[in-house]
Design a protein around this ligand. Structure first.
Ligand code: MG
Length: 368
């Protein structure tokens, strides 16, 4: 027997819904899983069937008619209005995207770049590291690293791919990266949750120490805070994590329980520009190093750069160098790297324009 279809059916009580009361029986999301035998199963998700009740509203419905300048109030409105299905994960990711768009509007209205609305810019440029995937074979690592140095970077992060599968292979890959990068540039490693077990991880990290990683990122699954703490306490190499966390509360837990020294909020996941500023300020107060996670389009690049401009310290900007249309061409601005630095955008709002041709090319009209 195989599954032949999965449908989500949105049902609503006929007539007008009362969204002022917490009555989730006014609408429902029914799931129907069909098989090739004719047997079908049904399920229900009491979560977010678009506009619902007081604590499970669609985000759009919470914003229509509101003043976009009220960013902190709208952030709270979205957070509280999505409590049933939100608080973390996809709902906070969606809030993040809306929050960035609200800041873009605020900047355009004020005729100022977003960093000017975040307390003012402290720098015109920020150091960037090239962020890309670890090649499968040690023999291919040198070419990837050299290409990024030729592109102007003075620091490179290699992540995921084969890292974590085999301790000897980890060493061979990292040795190849350090050899290609030379002694002067920074080398970040992203294990991509590939290590299992505290003793084994400590052993593996110690074997990589000769190659002087700038940090070791996300060696464990994100919920494994005890392992993060054990590794952080056992090795001198900084341990980094946080790209899966959302909201200030998650990052407080990551620091309190995980004990990592580098925290990596992603402005498109952690709660937008609003919450990323709060997370970074909290991290500074606790003697930690916030270094924003950023992967994908020029939108996240611009949003991250505005935040980095306004922070009291901006250690590094993560610069995704993947060759996809979305990363390279969706945003017209190219963010050139010169001697390892990227300039902070200075035009109003995010200061970017979407390339409508690329937007059209990549637009999914029907998603299932
Ligand atoms: Mg990562």
């Amino acid at each position: 027997m195989i599954i032949t279809d999965v449908e989500a059916l949105l049902l609503r009580q006929p007539g007008a819904l009362d969204t002022t009361i917490a009555d989730g029986s006014q609408d429902a999301l029914i799931v129907r899983v069909t098989t090739d035998t004719g047997i079908a199963g049904i399920g229900e998700v009491d979560s977010n069937p678009t506009v619902s009740h007081k604590t499970a509203c669609g985000l759009r419905s919470l914003l229509i008619g509101e003043d976009p300048a009220d960013i902190p109030r709208l952030w709270q409105r979205m957070y509280r209005g999505s409590l049933y299905y939100g608080r973390r994960g996809a709902a906070v990711h969606a809030i993040s995207g809306i929050d960035i768009a609200l800041w873009d509007i605020a900047g355009q209205v004020a005729g100022k770049p977003i960093h000017a609305l975040l307390g003012g810019s402290r720098r015109d440029r920020v150091r960037a590291y090239a962020s890309t995937l670890m090649p499968e074979k040690p023999a291919d690592v040198g070419r990837v690293v050299e290409e990024q140095v030729e592109n102007g970077f003075r620091a490179v992060k290699l992540g995921w791919g084969p890292l974590g599968q085999d301790a000897d292979l980890d060493v061979a890959l990292v040795a190849a990266a350090r050899a290609a990068l030379g002694d002067e540039h920074d080398l970040m490693l992203d294990i991509g949750k590939g290590w299992v077990g505290q003793a084994d991880a400590i052993d593996r990290a110690n074997r990589l120490a000769d190659f002087r990683p700038y940090w070791i990122e996300e060696p464990f699954m994100p919920d494994d805070y005890p392992s993060y703490r054990a590794l952080s306490e056992a090795i001198a190499i900084p341990v980094a994590a946080g790209e899966e966390e959302s909201t200030l509360l998650d990052f407080e837990r990551l620091i309190d329980s995980g004990g990592v020294s580098v925290v990596q909020p992603d402005v498109t996941r952690a709660g937008g520009i609003t919450e990323t500023m709060r997370i970074a300020e909290m991290a500074f107060k606790r003697g930690k190093r916030p270094v924003l996670h950023a992967w994908s389009t020029g939108i996240i690049k611009a949003a991250s750069l505005h935040v980095l401009a306004a922070l009291e310290r901006a250690e590094y900007f993560e610069y995704c160098v993947q060759t996809t249309e979305l990363n390279q061409r969706l945003v017209a601005e190219k963010f050139p790297v010169v001697d390892g630095y990227v300039e902070i955008p200075q035009r109003p709002g995010l200061g970017i324009e979407l390339d409508t041709e690329v937007l059209e090319l990549c637009l999914v009209r029907e998603a299932r």
